[in-house]
Every structure is written in C-alpha cells, then in structure tokens.
Design a protein around this ligand. Structure first.
Ligand SMILES: O=P(O)(O)OC[C@H]1O[C@H](OP(=O)(O)OP(=O)(O)O)[C@H](O)[C@@H]1O
Ligand SMILES: O=c1cc[nH]c(=O)[nH]1
Length: 189
C-alpha cells in the first residue's frame, strides 16, 4: 500500500519585521522615483492592498512630512474571468478628494502573479480619470506572468511553482503579519 501524499507544511518567507522593512524600502523607492511626494496618490487593491497602501502612506508622511492621499480601487467587475466564475461581492472604491487626473498613481497589491488583477485595475482606473503616470508596488512578486505587466516596486521576488500558493497575512485582516508559501514544489512550475 502506498502512503498518502502529503503536501509539505507552509513555509514562512517573510516575517513581520521583513514586511516592515520591505514597506519602508518601497516608500523610499517611491519618493526617490517621484523626486518627492508631489502629485502622488496611492490606490490599494482590496483587500490587503488597501492595508499595504495605508502603511506605505504612513511611511511617506513620516519621511516627507506631508500627507499622501490613499484610497482603494475595486477591480471585481473588471476581471477577465467574470464569465467563468461568479464575481465576489464588490469591494469599496474610494478615490481621494483630489481625484486621479494629472496625478502619479501608485497601485498597491499584496501579490503579483498572472498580472490579471493589475490589468483589471488599469481598466478600473481609466474609468476614474487620466493620471499622468501609473506605477505598481507589490509586497510579493511570485512570477508566472500571463500579461506584459511588471511591478516598479517589489518587496520580495519569490520564485514559486504554479502549484504553490502564496498567502499574505496582515495584522489588519488576519491578526498577524507574515507571508507563507504552501503546496508542492515542482508541479506545473
Ligand atoms: O496577478 P494575479 O494572478 O491576478 O494574482 C494576484 C492577485 O491574487 C490575489 O487576490 P485573490 O483574487 O486571490 O483574492 P484576495 O484579494 O482575497 O487574496 C492577490 O491579492 C492579488 O490581488
Ligand atoms: O499564490 C497566490 C496567487 C495569487 N494570489 C495570491 O494571493 N496568492
């Protein structure tokens, strides 16, 4: 009789202090690239992207001494797989009072994988206005892009197999900060 196959246990790839340092670095990179906080707007993709956008916003405020507008951008109805799977309930889109026209919008998400969420976010954003530029910050880039999309600011590049699952846990939604990877390596990589 063959023993049942067990997936290896989830492995921690970022702990709370790693996440903290990565967000601080991303905030500094954003300021360097933008030569300051002028015209910046951070839009987080629900759900965890919004928490990350708020945290980056706090770091920008601490470093530059100015409040950078932070909002959220729901992509639910812009997904390209709506016909295949039922849409989850809409999440909030909250555009800061100055809007996005003529701004430098930094989209923020927890994981970048196929790129389809970001593609949807670009469509959702185009319905709100015309930023001067759009950039992308993600906590984890796990590869396997299906579209020509890349991140400008990455907390951690995490090579992964398609069969693995990356899980971001944040204090705001999950009670703790950590990034885990789980599942069998090597299948469908
Ligand atoms: O690049 P992609 O292939 O689009 O994958 C990345 C997206 O997948 C996850 O969201 P998910 O749809 O799993 O829902 P979640 O926000 O509840 O985690 C993650 O939060 C990103 O938004
Ligand atoms: O592993 C994955 C893939 C997409 N989105 C995630 O949050 N994790």
């Amino acid at each position: 009789m063959t023993a049942p196959a067990h997936d290896p246990p989830a492995r921690t790839v970022l702990d709370a202090s790693d996440i903290n340092r990565a967000l601080t670095r991303i905030a500094h990179e954003i300021l360097e690239r933008n030569k300051g906080a002028d015209q910046l707007v951070l839009l987080g993709i629900p759900s965890r992207g919004v928490d990350l956008a708020r945290r980056i916003g706090e770091r920008l405020a601490q470093t530059e001494g100015v409040a950078v507008p932070v909002g959220s951008l729901d992509i639910t109805l812009y997904r390209d797989d709506l016909r295949r799977q039922p849409a989850r309930g809409p999440q909030p889109t909250e555009v800061p009072p100055g809007g996005v026209d003529g701004k430098i919008v930094v989209l923020v998400d927890d994981v970048l994988y196929s790129g389809r969420t970001v593609r949807a976010a670009l469509d959702a954003l185009a319905d709100l206005g015309r930023p001067d530029a759009v950039r992308l910050a993600v906590l984890v880039d796990r590869g396997h892009r299906e579209l020509p999309i890349r991140a400008d600011h990455v907390g951690k590049n995490l090579p992964s197999a398609r069969s693995e699952r990356v899980m971001v846990r944040l204090v705001e939604t999950d009670g703790r900060d950590e990034v885990l990877i789980a599942g069998a390596k090597g299948e469908g990589a």
